[in-house]
Design a protein around this ligand. Structure first.
Ligand code: NZQ
Ligand code: ZN
Length: 380
């Protein structure tokens, strides 16, 4: 086992009606609140009205910043920072999915440090503090509600990258599965893929950590069990709750303790596709994971076999990979680039950016030739 620090200060409120505690939580942080959300889904699932109701109850002064897009961009973050600074806000409430909450994390640092968002993402700021941020999650997928990570895109530098800092944990996160009942089938599937991918990225990281392996297996088993049921009944509260809790645990530290890093090579590949084609995050992963496994199988046969034996009662490496791919396909998440309208004539465009941005895993390093072969599998 590798050395590790277990630290997770987010106070997570889970279940139907938990939003009723938001006012009390917010009151601790001041009077002036920046309410951040996306392109409007929150107006239709009750989360916006109920969050605002809570803030009105404590007589907060509310300043709204909306329009955060999926695959969020740094310019929106900087615009929100300017607005937040001019209104002298005391804290932030972010209502939405990963894109909104990730943006809010960097907004919270930049307001406290009076700096540019991309300087934070590039680790050029010595972060001393952040404005408190409360998250209200409306989409189960990323785990951002209980981790210190933000993933943002910069169209000038042609990058989509992640950054992590302990000051970026949400102070409170409110997870009412009811809000996720309006998530359409495609994004529901992408969320299930994403949580499985997070467990896998940790499983293929560096270090022997048997308990974390078991957490990985349990989380993926839970997704294999309730994911397909949820796809058939999108408004089922209990199934929404199970997927939501699985997604939180896939990336809140649990699956990584005892390893010095996860791998994250598949995510790095996925970010290239999201950057170039605005592909939803989970869709990039259902395409890239099977391809990555097919290429890496000769380097990590024992790891894939272990996963197969524990998860699927299947020791054959080829069959394990096929079953993972089949599972993604059964959710109707794409498993080849052509299925999202990207044909083989785009190979060089994608490969060029992958090579320029030196896409690699932290544990399983990828070179130009690896990237080319993995890309071929994504088209095959
Ligand atoms: O913009 P609005 O109108 O809110 O609509 C969103 C968006 O169109 C919609 N939506 C959200 N909640 C809904 C809903 N629609 C109906 N009902 C609801 N209850 O769903 C669409 C996708 O939202 P988004 O926030 O982009 O999805 P997700 O939560 O999957 O977040 C993806 C982003 O998170 C990053 C990804 O790279 C991507 O940019 N990630 C963040 C991570 C982290 N912070 O730890 C780790 C992940 O690996 C990932 O990289
Ligand atoms: Zn992810």
């Amino acid at each position: 086992m590798e050395n590790f620090i277990a630290y997770n200060p987010t106070k997570l409120h889970f279940g139907s009606g938990v939003i009723n505690n938001l006012g009390k939580a917010g009151k601790e942080y001041g009077e002036r609140v920046l309410l951040v959300y996306g392109k409007g889904s929150v107006l239709r699932n009750g989360s916006y009205d109920q969050t605002k109701g809570q803030l009105e109850k404590i007589h907060a002064e509310i300043f709204e910043f909306s329009g955060i897009k999926p695959n969020p961009v740094i310019d929106d973050v900087d615009a929100a920072v300017r607005f937040g600074l001019s209104e002298k806000i005391d804290y932030i409430v972010a209502v939405g999915g990963g894109s909104v909450i990730d943006s809010a994390k960097i907004i919270s640092v930049c307001i406290a440090e009076r700096c540019k968002g991309w300087d934070v993402m590039k680790n050029k700021v010595s972060i001393q503090s952040s404005v408190p941020m409360i998250a209200v999650l409306t989409l189960a997928a990323t785990g951002t509600e209980m981790n210190p990570v933000s993933v943002l895109q910069n169209n000038r530098t042609r990058e989509k990258i992640g950054f992590s800092h302990p000051s970026m944990f949400p102070r409170h996160s409110f997870l009412d599965p009811t809000y996720t009942r309006t998530v359409p089938a495609n994004y529901t599937a992408y969320g299930i893929v994403d949580l499985i991918a997070h467990a896998l990225e940790n499983f293929f990281g560096y270090g022997e950590a048997s308990l974390s392996d078991r957490f990985v297996e349990a989380i993926i088993k839970e997704a294999f069990d309730c994911g397909p049921q949820l796809m058939k009944n999108l408004s089922d509260y209990d199934l929404r709750a199970r997927v939501m809790w699985a997604a939180t645990n896939a990336l809140n530290g649990l699956t990584g303790y005892g390893r010095s890093s996860g791998d994250w090579g598949v995510h790095a590949i996925g970010h290239i596709l999201s950057f170039l084609y605005d592909t939803p995050h989970g869709a990039t992963l259902s395409i890239a994971y099977p391809a990555w496994l097919k290429h890496l199988k000769s380097r990590i046969p024992d790891r894939i076999r272990k996963l197969g034996e524990h998860l699927l009662d299947e020791p054959d490496v080829e069959k394990v990979i096929q079953q993972v791919e089949n599972f993604f396909r059964s959710l109707n998440s794409p498993v080849r680039l052509q299925e999202i309208g990207i044909n083989a004539d785009k190979k060089m465009v994608i490969l060029e950016l992958m090579n320029t941005n030196k896409v690699t895993g932290q544990h399983h390093r990828l070179d130009d030739s690896d990237r080319s072969i993995i890309l071929d599998w994504m088209f095959s």
